[in-house]
Design a protein around this ligand. Sequence first.
Ligand code: BMA
Length: 341
Amino acid sequence: MSVRILNTPSLPNIPWQDKPKDHRAQAPVWRYSENPLFPREPIPGVARIFNSAVMPWEGGYIAVLRGEQTNGVPYIYLGRSSDGIHWTVDRDKIPFKDENGEPFMPYYAYDPRLVKVDDTYYAIWCQDNYGAAIGMAKTKDFKTFTRLENPYIPFNRNAVLFPRKIDGLFTLFSRPSDSGHTPFGDIWMSQSPDMTFWGKHRHVMSPSGNWWEGVKIGAGAAPIETSEGWLLFYHGVSSTCNGFVYSMGGAILDIDKPSKVKYRCANYLLTPTESYEERGFVPNVVFPCAALSDPDTGRIAIYYGAADTYVGLAFTTVDEVVEYIKANSSVSAGDAEEGRR
Ligand code: BMA
């Protein structure tokens, strides 16, 4: 391995399949052969699971899952797995509480991410706050989830926390948006001393002239710290006569000032090509929400939502994906700067 994954515990049981000999896509990202991971109607009252995030937990894995209820309202549920591939889903919604331990459930919750900083796990999602906004909760045991203050006023989506503080501050990506299907969107960075008060807002990246990400972009998985910089998997959206198409892109950000983009892949890393990505509740969607990594082998396992209906798993290695991003990099002046003030 020439690129090292930093500040990440070993993960010898990371879900994994070697790259197929007949891998034809240009980008070095390949899908798990038994995708998708969850069936439809996985538990009573939930029609589909997609756009979900996974973390190692107690020798196995735990997930915050976007479950679309049969009343059409999205909510988040916990999933448990010994191998990151085969899952059981808790029948009850995640029981969010306020600071006094009283039930405090958002009206809806979708597109969760899950990130550990120091000894605490943070779940972050999109919820209603007189319009789409970001909700957050913390837990140490996956039994008690205490809601935190909302970091931003509406409208905002795609909040993704960094797995460690930078300059002593929690660091969060988000995508300011509108109340609908948002025909624009940049990735922004904000910082906080306490996960309550957010500031130091900096622009990170805008949609590029590459058409697969020409409409809007949003952070996907929590950034992976590497010897080349923060490795970010994100989604990019193009517009067609039949609606939006969501693909996965990759960028490498400055380790000390992550609003500075060092490399940004001009090509997508993953785009809808399989039937479970091209067909479903919303066709042509690949939407990354989490990535596991193992510093010993350089293996990376990416969890992504597919067609707003399924969860897919894809693999790469840090060497291959960093090399591909660098070899195909196109960084604009706006990407490279720290951000205007
Ligand atoms: C976005 C979000 C995602 C969804 C995507 C495609 O705006 O709502 O949850 O996967 O659209 O429908």
